[in-house]
Design a protein around this ligand. Sequence first.
Ligand code: GH3
Ligand code: MG
Ligand code: MG
Ligand code: MG
Length: 310
Amino acid sequence: YVIKDNRDSYHYAVKLVSQLLRNQGCKALIADDSMLSRSLMKQMLEKQLFDVTTANDGQQALEILKADPDIKLLMTDYAMPTMDGFELVKAVRNFRGRDDLAVIGLSGAGKHGLSARFIKYGANDFLTKPFMNEEFHCRVLQTMEQLSLIADIKESAFRDHLTGLYNRRYFYQYAEKLLKNQNQNNTLALLDVDFFKNINDTFGHEGGDQALKQVGSLIRSTFANFTVARVGGEEFAIVLPDIDLARAREYLEAFRKKMASYDFSISDKSCTITASIGLAEFQNTNLKDAMRVADKALYEAKSKGRNCIG
Ligand code: GH3
Ligand code: MG
Ligand code: MG
Ligand code: MG
């Protein structure tokens, strides 16, 4: 249906199928005061597997967008009764970026400059009504494909390849933003594998990597609801929001014991790996200050003999 006839290339077909898989269950919103237009676009977006909601005015669309951060595509008409498409795009860009919510503006032919203005206000693309179904599908597909690419790039930029955990870059950029202006007691835990050099010496670098993967997944599964990052070679950080130092100590002590008795398997040989832990409680402080405190506590844990909390 979207691949029109044998004019379409194999390349386009492949792109289409892979994007359709990603569109599946993805939410789209249509803002248009014409019922005919709404139902036509709804049908077409449903063919692209979107979960579609409609609004008959910009104001109503804005309310829906504010309430639902999962909407990934907005198709908006220009002329609508109380809030037009330009106002809607301007307002929505205050809380949703171009790489997070795709906006495609639409308007009737004949008015010059509408497409340029839509794009300047923050739309990703533009369609003139009446449009060919084929062009509608191509533009939606292309816009969503760009969003998917950006999401993939972000994902790989913020993930550590070895363990699949967040990396240091993510940890500093995002965790800090997340915790700013929150008047609660948060705890940062810094965990460093003990005598990791010995593991490398015994099993080789490849074996060391296996150990890091297993340590990473043990932390991840234990602290599934928290932000966990690999912040150094064999160093991991866990942010525990709204958890004070005393409670964090209980959690981390339980984890330390679990890890010390865990049966790691490196190159088919079973072995024991322990870690030392430093904790820091923080409120509005930035993450770097908390890291310094946790690092100091970690150093104390190492000098106390390792496999303990500083
Ligand atoms: P300590 O108990 O004092 O922490 O001793 P340690 O041997 O763990 O300490 P140190 O920080 O001196 O050594 C960490 C080692 O981790 C050094 C480095 O070669 C190794 N390493 C860092 N990143 C990786 C990695 O990605 N893979 C492997 N296999 N080793 C790594
Ligand atoms: Mg209209
Ligand atoms: Mg270290
Ligand atoms: Mg170490």
